[in-house]
Design a protein around this ligand. Structure first.
Ligand code: FAD
Length: 477
C-alpha cells in the first residue's frame, strides 16, 4: 500500500465531495494534510457511483426522448440503435477523467494520499488497512471524518442476485432488461428508472407513500408525476413489497396496496432505492467520544465538530440533506475552523435538484415546511404556459414559484418544476442567501427569451399581475 505518514496535522477519512473539498481547503490554508480513501483517486459516491454517472446516463435518456419527441416538430428519426458497451465506456471515461483530475489536484497541493480503510484507534490515531490486509498507524492533530453513505437494503429480503440491484449496480448498465421494478419513488429511483425507461425497459415504480418525491412540495412533484405517468409503464402508490424471491425468469414480487389488482408479478430486474445509510460503523467511533443518533448519523455542531474536540465530521455521515454540495460546504467549514478561522455552517438555502425530465428543484422554505411550522407566507406561481422560452422548447408544463414573507417580501423559498430547473435554482439560492426582496428579483432585467424570466415574473406576481400572467380581480371580471 501507499506509504503511511507517521504523523499529520489533519487526517481526512473519505475522499468524496466532502472529504476532498476539506482536504483541499485545509492544504490551501497551509495545513499538513493526509487524505485516506479506499479508491485509487478521490471522488466518492458522487463521482464513482452517484451524481456523475447518473447524470451522464440521464443525458443519454434526454437525447433519446428528444429524438422521439421531434416527431411532433416535423423531424422523424429512425429507432435508435443502442450500443450498451459504448454507452458504459463513455460514462466510465467521464468518471475516470474527473477522478484522475482530482488525484492530480491532490498531488499539486502536496496532500499525502493514502489508499486504504481508516479507523480510529483513539482520538488522535488512525489505523489504516490496505486491500491486501497490510496496515499501519498515523498520528493526527485533527481528523475530519467523511466516510459517506451506502444504499439501504430491504432487510426482509436480503437476496444476493445480479437481478436485484442498488443504485450502484443499476448504474453499470450491462443489458437493457425487458422489465424493471423500482422500489422507492424518491429521486434516485425516479432518475434511474427514467434512464431504463428511455432505453426501452418497461418500468414499474412502487412507492409506499401516497405521492412520488415525498420531500418536494406537492405542486412541484405533481408536474413530474404527470410526465412520469407516460414515461413509466406503471406507478403504484401506497403499495408495499411484501414478498420477493428469485425464480427462473426473474424476480417474483408480491405487492400489497389498495389499487394493486395483480398482487404477484415477475420482473426481470429489481432496483431497490429506499434511501441511504451513514457509513458510521467500522470506523472506530467507539474508541472516541464521537456521538451518533439513532439512525447512525454522527452528531456535529455548527462548526462540524463532534463531541470529541479533535474530531470533525462532514457530509452524508452527518445527516440530511445527503447531497454533494452540502458535503463540500461542510468540508470547507471544518477545514477553516481547524485552520483557526471563524467559520460556521448555517446556510439559509441548500438547493435540492431532481434530475428527471422535467427537473424539479427547490431551496429555502417549502410550502410544506411553512404549513408544518404554522408560518404565514405569500406564494406566487408563474405557469410556464406563459413563458415564450418554454413554448419554443415544447415544454410548457412547468411552474416557477416564489415563497415570500407576507410582511417584508423577503424571499424565503423558491421552487421550480420544468426543464432545466436545476440550472435555474441557483438564482433562488443566491436571492435567499442575500436576503433579497421579491422586488430585487422583479427589478433585475432578465434576458429574453429565457427560462430565467420565469423567476422574474413570479416575483412580479408577488405584487400583482405579471407581464404575461393577468388574472383579473373578482370585481373586474
Ligand atoms: P461519499 O461521496 O459517499 O464519499 C465517501 C468516501 O469515503 C467514499 O469514497 C468511500 O470510499 C470512502 N470511505 C468510506 N469509509 C472509509 C474508510 N473507513 N476509510 C477510507 N475511506 C472510506 N448528490 C447531489 O448533490 N446531486 C446529485 O445529482 C446526486 N445524485 C446522486 C445519485 C445517486 C445514484 C446517488 C447514490 C447519490 C447521489 N447524490 C447526489 C448524493 C451524493 O453522491 C452524496 O451526497 C455525496 O457523495 C456525499 O459526499 P460525502 O463526501 O459525504 O461521501
Amino acid at each position: 500500500m501507499s506509504e503511511i505518514p507517521e504523523t499529520t496535522q489533519v487526517a481526512v477519512v473519505g475522499g468524496g465531495p466532502g472529504g476532498y473539498a476539506a482536504a483541499f481547503r485545509a492544504a490551501d490554508l497551509g495545513l499538513d494534510v493526509a487524505l485516506i480513501e479506499l479508491e485509487k483517486n478521490p471522488g466518492g459516491t458522487c463521482l464513482y457511483r452517484g451524481c456523475i454517472p447518473s447524470k451522464a446516463l440521464l443525458h443519454v435518456a434526454k437525447v433519446l426522448t428528444e429524438a422521439r419527441e421531434a416527431l411532433n416538430w416535423g423531424i422523424t428519426f429512425g429507432e435508435p440503435a443502442i450500443d450498451i458497451e459504448k454507452m458504459r465506456a463513455r460514462t466510465y471515461d467521464v468518471v475516470e477523467k474527473l477522478t484522475s483530475g482530482l488525484g492530480q489536484l491532490c498531488k499539486a497541493r502536496k496532500i499525502k494520499y493514502v489508499r486504504g480503510r481508516g479507523a480510529l484507534v483513539d482520538a488522535n490515531t488512525l489505523k489504516i488497512t490496505a486491500d491486501d490486509g497490510s496496515d499501519g498507524q498515523m498520528h493526527f492533530e485533527y481528523a475530519i471524518l467523511a466516510p459517506g453513505s451506502r444504499p439501504s437494503l430491504l432487510q426482509n429480503f436480503l437476496i444476493d442476485s445480479p437481478r436485484i440491484m442498488t443504485s450502484t449496480t443499476a448504474l453499470m448498465i450491462r443489458e437493457i432488461p425487458e422489465s424493471l421494478l423500482v422500489i422507492g419513488g424518491g429521486y434516485i429511483g425516479l432518475e434511474l428508472g427514467s434512464v431504463y425507461a428511455a432505453l426501452g425497459t418497461r418500468v414499474t415504480v412502487v412507492e409506499m407513500g401516497g405521492v412520488l418525491l415525498p420531500t418536494a412540495d406537492p405542486d412541484l412533484a405533481k408536474i413530474l408525476a404527470g410526465r412520469m405517468d407516460h414515461v413509466m409503464h406503471e406507478i403504484l402508490l401506497n403499495t408495499k413489497v411484501v414478498g420477493m424471491e428469485e425464480v427462473e425468469q426473474g424476480v417474483r414480487i408480491a405487492l400489497d396496496g389498495p389499487d394493486v389488482e395483480q398482487k404477484e408479478r415477475v420482473f426481470e430486474k429489481v432496483l431497490i432505492s429506499i434511501g441511504r445509510k451513514p457509513n458510521s460503523s467500522g470506523i472506530g467511533l467507539k474508541t472516541s467520544k464521537v456521538e451518533v443518533d439513532g439512525h447512525g448519523f454522527i452528531q456535529v455542531d455548527g462548526q462540524r465538530r463532534t463531541a470529541d474536540p479533535s474530531i470533525f465530521a462532514i457530509g452524508d455521515v452527518t445527516g440530511q440533506p445527503m447531497l454533494a454540495h452540502k458535503a463540500t460546504h461542510e468540508g470547507h467549514v471544518a477545514a477553516e475552523v481547524i485552520a483557526g478561522q471563524h467559520a460556521v455552517f448555517e446556510p439559509r438555502a441548500i438547493p435540492a435538484v431532481v434530475f428527471t425530465d422535467p427537473e424539479v428543484a427547490w431551496c429555502g422554505l417549502t410550502e410544506v415546511d411553512a404549513q408544518r411550522e404554522g408560518r404565514a407566507i405569500k406564494v406566487a406561481r408563474f405557469p410556464w404556459g406563459a413563458s415564450g422560452r418554454a413554448s419554443t422548447l415544447g415544454r410548457p408544463e412547468g411552474v416557477t414559484k416564489i415563497i415570500a414573507d407576507p410582511e417584508t417580501d423577503v424571499i424565503l423559498g423558491v421552487g421550480i418544476a420544468g426543464t432545466n430547473a436545476g440550472e435555474l435554482i441557483s438564482e433562488g439560492a443566491l436571492a435567499i442567501e442575500m436576503g433579497a426582496l421579491a422586488s430585487d428579483i422583479e427589478l433585475t432585467i432578465h434576458p429574453h427569451p429565457t427560462l430565467g424570466e420565469t423567476i422574474m415574473e413570479s416575483a412580479e406576481i408577488i405584487f400583482g399581475p405579471s407581464t404575461h400572467v393577468y388574472r383579473p380581480k373578482k370585481e373586474d371580471a
